[in-house]
Design a protein around this ligand. Sequence first.
Ligand SMILES: Cc1cc2nc3c(=O)[nH]c(=O)nc-3n(C[C@H](O)[C@H](O)[C@H](O)COP(=O)(O)OP(=O)(O)OC[C@H]3O[C@@H](n4cnc5c(N)ncnc54)[C@H](O)[C@@H]3O)c2cc1C
Length: 98
Amino acid sequence: MIRTDVLIVGAGPVGLFAAFQAGVLGLKCELIDVLDRAGGQCTELYPEKPIYDIPAVPGCLAQAWSTACSSNARRFAFPMHFNERANGLAEIPARRTP
Ligand SMILES: Cc1cc2nc3c(=O)[nH]c(=O)nc-3n(C[C@H](O)[C@H](O)[C@H](O)COP(=O)(O)OP(=O)(O)OC[C@H]3O[C@@H](n4cnc5c(N)ncnc54)[C@H](O)[C@@H]3O)c2cc1C
């Protein structure tokens, strides 16, 4: 079982950015993705497509952008669990502090 402050399901661009923000906030974070690598749709579906709607980025290939998102997230060295699917959510009682 993973015990962490933030568990992110999906290592696409949104999950990677969320992980980066968790790191900025000083939270512990782990990511899981059913695929064998990070990047989501940008990496899997259209890595060679130029994208132009990222703020402050005049234009770049989708793969370059998802690699940049991944590099930012990896600065915090959070564990990333690949080939793992989240099948549901369950509430776990909070641990009591003595
Ligand atoms: C052909 C195409 C072109 C596009 N062009 C643009 C564009 O030019 N500009 C633009 O802004 N957007 C574009 N988009 C949309 C953009 O790709 C998505 O908005 C973006 O990928 C969403 O990011 P995300 O991280 O939320 O999700 P995704 O990229 O979909 O990543 C989600 C990740 O979660 C994982 N996952 C899902 N369910 C589970 C589970 N139960 N357990 C574990 N892992 C799970 C998936 O494997 C995946 O890696 C395009 C989309 C397509 C298909």
